[in-house]
Design a protein around this ligand. Structure first.
Ligand code: EPU
Length: 340
């Protein structure tokens, strides 16, 4: 039977270190206890918030329901061919530890996703991505529990509705399911993805033919360490905004006024803009507002060194959004999920 604690400070359970409180809280090391926890919430009519690493969430205030910390572990090869291996991973596993394990086992495909904070169960919710690779490229299926019924359900890739930092679990299916495990389809032979300019530059010393997935992982780690604050030292949730996607006409108009504008083609009609560049250009890089600030190495990252409340972070985010709207006519969308 899981322990249900009341009025628990969540500061240690979210990487922004926001000191919001949970009305009820339970931490589960065993997946079999999930049905009991969900039934407890149902009986009391409480909303449920599942937390993994808490690295992509902003707690706007206290949570009026049950917070379930998903902490169960496990990895299992469920299928193998000459080319691929299907690895089923428990939701509570740490993402980067999984990446390291896969490198050791020579299961390739996760190297560009090295050092992303958070848990495996959270990875599909925002379709984590970095340095030219997104989770959806290695995703096979996931298992989840429907909160309302306690039923176990499987979702294949199409059913997850993956998009850029997006999935059905952030939209139509939001708050309906708790992801319990994720199965990845990994490669036995390396297929290096070197499209991201900063990654190619970091690996320029070695001929491409000699590069290994371990080299790629090391390069990704060093780029991330140079630019992104370690949440253990400086509380943050990574990129606070999505890179905005605009139509080509808007892009050309902006480029006339701002020749340095950084962009990536999406398709024939759309272009993705570097939000970090827009925010820096608008003068926010390194800006401090009380407990919270804009990171001075990467303007897309908001930090909370003073361990302020979620509403303080959101107030700064709103000021930045207003400023980017008035300066560039672009609406920045927050990337982490915001609760309650
Ligand atoms: N830039 C600036 N000023 C800044 C920040 C960035 O001019 O303050 C410029 C950079 O010089 C670069 C461009 O903007 O030319 C893009 O910057 P960067 O390579 O750092 O990537 P990003 O677009 O800011 C995205 C992801 C990151 C991911 C990196 C690498 C989003 C919202 N963020 O950031 O993901 O690690 O690309 O793929 O798509 C996260 O989601 O939490 C995250 C960290």
């Amino acid at each position: 039977m899981p322990d249900f604690l009341t009025d628990v400070n969540l500061e240690g359970y979210n990487t922004l270190a926001v000191p919001a409180r949970a009305r009820y809280f339970t931490s589960l090391d065993d997946e079999r206890e999930l049905a009991t926890a969900v039934a407890f919430a149902r009986e009391k009519g409480l909303p449920v918030l599942a937390l993994g690493g808490g690295s992509n969430i902003v707690l706007r205030g206290d949570y009026p329901g049950l917070v379930i910390h998903l902490n169960w572990r496990g990895r299992e090869v469920v299928n193998e061919t000459r080319e691929h291996v299907w690895l089923k991973v428990a939701a509570g596993e740490n993402w980067h530890q999984l990446v390291e394990y896969c490198l050791q086992q020579e299961y390739w495909g996760l190297e560009n996703l090295s050092l992303i904070p958070g848990s495996v169960g959270a990875a599909p919710i925002q379709n984590i991505g970095a340095y030219g690779v997104e989770l959806k490229e290695v995703f096979a299926e996931l298992e989840a529990m429907e909160i309302q019924s306690g039923q176990r359900v499987r979702f294949n890739r199409d059913q997850c509705g993956f998009g850029y930092r997006d999935s059905a679990f952030k939209n139509g299916l939001r708050d309906r399911y708790i992801i319990t495990s994720v199965t990845l389809k990994l490669n036995r032979l390396p297929h290096l993805k070197l499209s991201y300019p900063a990654l190619r530059e970091a690996l320029a010393d070695k001929p491409i033919a000699d590069l290994t997935p371990v080299d790629v992982s090391r390069a990704v780690c060093s780029i991330r360490q140079a630019k992104l604050p370690d949440p253990k030292e400086i509380p943050n949730v990574g990129s606070f905004f999505k890179n905005p996607v605009v139509d080509v006409k808007t892009f050309l108009r902006l480029q006339l006024d701002h020749p340095g504008l950084i962009s990536y083609p999406v398709d024939a009609l759309q272009v993705k803009l570097a939000a970090g560049w827009l925010i820096e250009r608008a003068g926010w890089k390194g800006f401090v507002q009380g407990n919270v600030a804009v990171h001075d190495q990467q303007a897309l990252v908001l930090i909370n060194p003073g361990r302020g409340y979620g509403h303080e972070v959101l107030r700064l985010a709103q000021r930045i959004q207003d400023s980017i709207a008035s300066e560039f006519g672009i609406r920045l969308e927050a990337e982490p999920r915001i609760y309650p």
